[in-house]
Ligand binder design. Structure first.
Ligand SMILES: [Zn+2]
Ligand SMILES: [Zn+2]
Length: 343
């Protein structure tokens, strides 16, 4: 059967348009939902992504890469396919890709969330026949607290640490989560110390008009701060000399995985904040309903539970096997592998 989008060894392929969406190997024409490493593979001959994500994608795939940007909602013809990008609310410039041919419509979600995040364009549900959805947190136990509640918790934790003379080190994925954490800290009196892996993405966010607190590097800290520092860094800094300079400190990790019992202990952090850039179970089900899709292909996470649930609800549902993974887990794994290689 010839499908509008097909799974191939390079990734999800559209034969009538001769392009791939988020291919995991280099291809001629890659349409990219967002700049996280599992969706934006290096080495393709050309890339197309949402205009507000171009700068981030360039940081991922290299300065020489040929990258074109398209406005959200702009109608494009690629081969015989009609294509448009729509906001996914996951990180700055993240999109869902809509593909249409002879009246048949598919939407590939990429990673997405519906909750308000000043760092990302608000999610839009797009009508389609077939919806390819992520389901990183596709189990009913995942239910996110409101981010303003989490923000208040984080601010209280920082205030406690400052009273006790300790630094507050917040760990989160370097692209997306770290900027979102920063956006929750705009009320702080002093600049936030950021790790280089986080700092490299900040100009793109600032140019896009995202309001962020002033930031400094760890080397500038001693000259500039009178209070114990507030630090935002990727999880890969754990157990490194870079982190030790902030002693005494408390360490916190911000992730959807913080809802899982034992994660805080396994990750050896003092505090966990439940803050995710993916949909929780209720939002996932609401979005699927809103698309009106009669067929759902689930990838990226707990696909089995979602597929069973949707079939029971009378929809056609299947798992789509891709190598996309959770961004935070992937980053922690890469960092641990790099450390093992060094030792
Ligand atoms: Zn992602
Ligand atoms: Zn992903």
């Amino acid at each position: 059967m010839s499908e509008l989008l097909q799974l191939t060894p390079n990734g999800l392929y559209c034969p009538v348009g001769d392009f791939y969406i988020d291919p995991w190997r280099p291809v001629d024409k890659a349409l990219v939902t967002h700049a996280h490493a599992d969706h934006a593979a290096f080495g393709s001959r050309s890339y197309l992504t949402a205009a507000s994500g171009v700068e981030l994608l360039r940081l991922r795939v290299g300065a020489e890469a040929k990258i074109e940007g398209t406005a959200f909602g702009e109608d494009l013809s690629i081969g015989e396919a009609r294509v448009s990008f729509h906001p996914a609310g996951h990180i700055l410039g993240s999109s869902q890709v809509r593909v249409e041919h002879q009246g048949e419509v598919w939407v590939v979600s990429g990673d997405y969330k519906v909750e308000h995040d000043p760092c990302a364009e608000p999610f839009e549900a797009v009508s389609c026949h077939t919806f390819v959805t992520e389901c990183t947190f596709g189990l009913p136990v995942y239910k996110w607290p409101q981010s303003k509640v989490v923000a208040a918790d984080i601010q209280r934790w920082i205030a406690e640490n400052q009273r006790a003379g300790r630094a507050s080190v917040l760990l989160g994925y370097s692209l997306g989560k770290a900027q979102r954490l920063l956006s929750l800290l705009s009320d702080l009196e002093e600049p936030v110390v950021v790790h280089g892996a986080v700092a490299r993405f900040l100009p793109a966010y600032r140019r896009a008009g995202v309001e962020l607190p002033s930031t400094i590097s760890a080397n500038e800290m001693h000259a500039r701060l009178s209070l114990p520092p507030v630090v935002v860094a990727p999880p890969s800094v754990q157990r490194t000399p870079w982190l030790r300079r902030f002693q005494p400190f408390e360490l916190a990790l911000a992730s959807g995985w913080m809802m899982v019992r034992g994660t805080r202990r396994r990750r050896a952090v003092d505090r966990g904040f439940v803050l995710s850039d993916h949909v929780d179970w209720d939002a996932l089900c609401n979005v699927i309903h809103a698309t009106g899709a009669e067929r759902v292909l689930a990838t990226h996470g707990y696909t089995g539970a979602l597929v069973r649930f949707l079939r029971e609800a009378g929809l056609e549902a299947d798992e789509l096997k891709t190598p996309y993974g959770d961004d935070l887990e992937a980053e922690i794994e890469r960092a641990e592998m790099a450390q093992q290689a060094e030792n």
